[in-house]
Design a protein around this ligand. Structure first.
Ligand code: NDP
Length: 334
């Protein structure tokens, strides 16, 4: 699957993508390459940023080149100079949206053990989105028991983990999301203290009522009007991990000056971050998240769509979908 052309400030649609058939030479693998078969594909809001041109922490996708995202794949064959992976291994890696591909082994490829957790978990709790939640909350949010944590997109891949970590650490957790099913999921399954629907006509009042002691940590995933209701509730020295601003991804950035006065008045700290900033702390984070998973203290929810043809629609639905937890596309079973 290729990107037809770079997309500017508008919502992407299926016509922005091209699906091609290419011949993969499976019988003759170059010495330094491997043949991989996709098992699970992650679609993520940040991919939208790579579809536009502009300054960023990562290069834009180029027109007519395959789109890459985090994937779990099975290695089917290895070239004779590849020593760190063998046929039959599963890896979590950035790979092209291509059912099978002959590719070089990346420095950041991680061998994953299907006995340790279901394979999609290496794209969610034990992968990029779990690490984003863990590092953003622990490093910037500085959560303390008894405080109030609010998380937007609280039922999604990152938000569902942020809120659950908050509960484990003894905070009051309030999740914000856009449907009643998501509110029920956050409160009934994830055990958040409250879930607030930003589409409710009384959203601002309901959010304020759910945070009677104000907000100490706001984990920002969304921006725009959803977050405008949070700013007046900030406590003195609140912390705001700025993880994402999905409401602006199809527009020009729009956090705006309405944020500066609340930050000033409350001496609060807002800090943007990218999960890769904390890569040196990934081993400890994975150890902790795996332990919580094993102890049943944290749930790793997936919404799984099946089939290669579902990759593009699943990506597009991130901007208005009803998925719960991490959106994953299962390409093949093994
Ligand atoms: P999610 O699983 O949370 O899916 C995105 C959700 O965002 C949707 O389900 C939708 O939920 C909500 N949403 C979409 N459009 C809007 C809108 N206009 N206004 C309000 N809510 C909207 O995705 P992820 O957990 O993967 O990502 C969440 C955030 O984290 C994103 O901003 C992403 O860019 C960021 N991120 C940042 C990383 C980093 O390193 N800094 C790494 C990974 C993710 P709803 O129905 O509630 O509206």
């Amino acid at each position: 699957i290729l990107l037809k052309d770079n997309i500017q400030a508008r919502e992407p649609n299926k016509d922005d993508f091209i699906q091609n058939t290419v011949e993969v030479n499976e019988s003759n693998i170059p010495d330094d390459k491997v043949l991989v078969r996709l098992v699970d594909v992650s679609v993520d809001p940040y991919l939208r940023g790579r579809m536009s041109l502009g300054k960023s922490y990562i290069e834009p996708f180029k027109p007519n080149e395959p789109i890459l995202s985090g994937c779990v794949a099975k290695i089917e064959k290895v070239g004779k100079n590849v020593t760190n992976f063998a046929a039959g291994d599963y890896v979590a890696a950035m790979l092209p949206w291509q059912e099978k591909a002959v590719v070089s082994v990346g420095k950041d490829w991680v061998k994953v053990d299907p006995k340790m957790a279901p394979l999609p978990s290496f794209l969610s709790l034990l992968g990029m989105t779990g690490l984003t939640a863990f590092h953003g909350l622990m490093e910037i949010g500085e959560p303390k028991a008894g405080e109030t944590l609010v998380v937007s997109a609280g039922s999604g891949a990152v938000g569902s983990v942020v809120g659950q970590i908050g509960k484990i650490l003894g905070l009051r957790v309030v999740g914000i999301a856009g449907s009643e099913d998501k509110i029920k999921f956050m409160v009934n399954e994830l055990k958040f203290d409250a879930g607030i629907n930003y589409k409710s006509p009384h959203y601002k009042e309901e959010l304020a009522a759910a945070c009677p002691k104000g907000v100490d940590v706001y984990f920002e995933n969304v921006g725009g009007e959803v977050s405008d209701a949070v700013w007046p509730l900030l406590n003195f020295k609140a912390r705001i991990p700025l993880c994402g601003v999905i409401s602006a991804y199809n527009k020009s950035a729009d956090i705006g000056p309405r944020l500066q006065i609340p930050l000033l008045k409350t001496s609060s700290k807002m800090q943007g971050f990218i999960v890769f900033n904390y890569a040196d702390k990934n081993p400890q984070a994975i150890k902790q998240l795996s332990q919580w998973l094993k102890e049943g203290k944290i749930k790793d929810k997936h919404t799984v769509n099946q089939g290669f043809d579902k990759i593009v629609p699943s990506f597009l639905s991130l901007f208005n979908s009803n998925h719960l937890g991490k959106m994953v596309i299962e390409i093949s079973k093994d």
